[in-house]
Design a binder for this molecule. Structure first.
Ligand code: SAM
Length: 325
């Protein structure tokens, strides 16, 4: 998890150099804020339990997501950095700022969640999806309804759709294929729906997929160090729907609609949450997966003991589970 933080979207180069330099030379209660007119050093306010409770209650009321159930140390530090960034000396000031600046709520949610992702992240998982899980679903079910929970910028649902395109080829017309990706961060979903990615984000994409599923829309300019930008094609986009939704509310809504998904990916999301929330989410996920459907979680995540009666691990050492009961 801490490794993820350093891999957030890159800052502008000059700011990045300054931030890296500053991060090494600052005490832990100081930070660097980029104010547009230049980077400034600030003290990071400390937030106590009462402050956390008040702010998270407000966020929960307005957006229905309870960050009190996230790993305390991570969200506290990120919230304190929002206080510093907005120039709020304490939580009361920040709460008023939050209430009077509608865009701050999105910024806060963006700060509290970690958006690290990649196309074909952990390639072995995708290899097994391609060679075993997806062919099994294709032969077992007459439909392919797949849900990527906490999909960041859509890298995961797009990667799955790229594999499905190759597996189904001419048979696609015979299958109802839907890949849903949801994330709490509205900005990430908006960018994901645009379908444009810098080449650095596509490092794990095989050349054959880059050629067949993407188009280069902006060229590399070596003089200013810009990366090329690629746009995902309409065929892949047509299989994928991206929506902004909280994981808990999203799962409950789908349960009410009695929807079923024969593959759910919930990777590197649970790791930021406490055990109670993880168990609640996994219980709801399990209700949406029919017998013989699959669940994929992140490499460093674990299924709670209750889930072990319903799912069996398909490949030793891999977090790919098949629903058995
Ligand atoms: C580290 S990324 C993982 C992305 C992708 N699943 C992967 O493994 O590459 C975690 C994602 O979960 C999202 N997330 C965190 N809490 C969420 C919630 N309550 N509801 C929906 N998405 C959430 C974050 O915004 C972030 O995009």
């Amino acid at each position: 998890m801490p490794g993820d933080i350093g891999r957030e979207r890159p800052l502008r180069q000059t700011q990045l150099n300054y931030t890296i330099w500053a991060a090494f030379s600052l005490p832990s209660n100081r930070c660097i804020i980029d104010e547009g007119s230049g980077a400034k050093e600030r003290t990071i306010p400390v937030i106590d339990k009462e402050g956390l409770k008040s702010i998270f209650e407000f966020v929960n009321e307005v957006r229905g997501v309870d960050f009190a159930l996230y790993r305390h140390a991570t969200v506290t530090r990120k919230l304190e950095l929002r206080l510093a960034e907005t120039g709020s000396p304490d939580y009361r000031n920040y709460l008023s700022y939050l209430k009077s600046h509608p865009d701050e709520l999105d910024k806060l949610i963006r700060a509290l969640t970690i958006k690290v992702s990649n196309f074909f992240r952990n390639p072995l998982v995708y290899e097994l999806l391609f060679t075993s899980v997806l062919p099994d679903l294709i032969s077992e079910f007459g439909f392919l309804k797949i849900w990527s929970l906490g999909c960041a910028y859509g890298e995961e649902p797009y990667s799955v759709a790229i594999l499905l395109r190759e597996l189904l080829r001419r048979d696609r017309g015979n299958f109802d294929v839907k890949v849903l990706g949801t994330d709490i961060d509205a900005g990430a979903i908006e960018k994901g729906a645009l379908g444009e990615f810098a080449e650095g984000e596509l490092e794990e994409v095989k050349k054959k997929y880059l050629d067949s599923c993407f188009r280069e829309v902006a060229r590399q300019d070596p003089t200013v160090g810009h990366e090329s930008v690629y746009r995902i094609n309409n065929e892949i986009k047509s299989m994928v729907r991206l929506e902004c939704a909280d994981i808990v509310m999203g799962l409950e809504a789908k349960k009410k609609q009695r929807s079923k998904y024969n593959l759910i990916l919930c990777r590197n999301v649970l790791i930021y949450m406490d055990k109670v929330l993880q168990q609640n989410i996994l219980r709801n996920i399990s209700d949406l997966i029919p017998v013989k459907g699959y669940l994929v979680i992140g490499e460093s995540e674990t299924l709670p003991s209750s889930g072990k009666d319903e799912f069996s691990q398909v490949f030793p050492g891999m977090k790919i589970f098949r629903k058995t009961a």
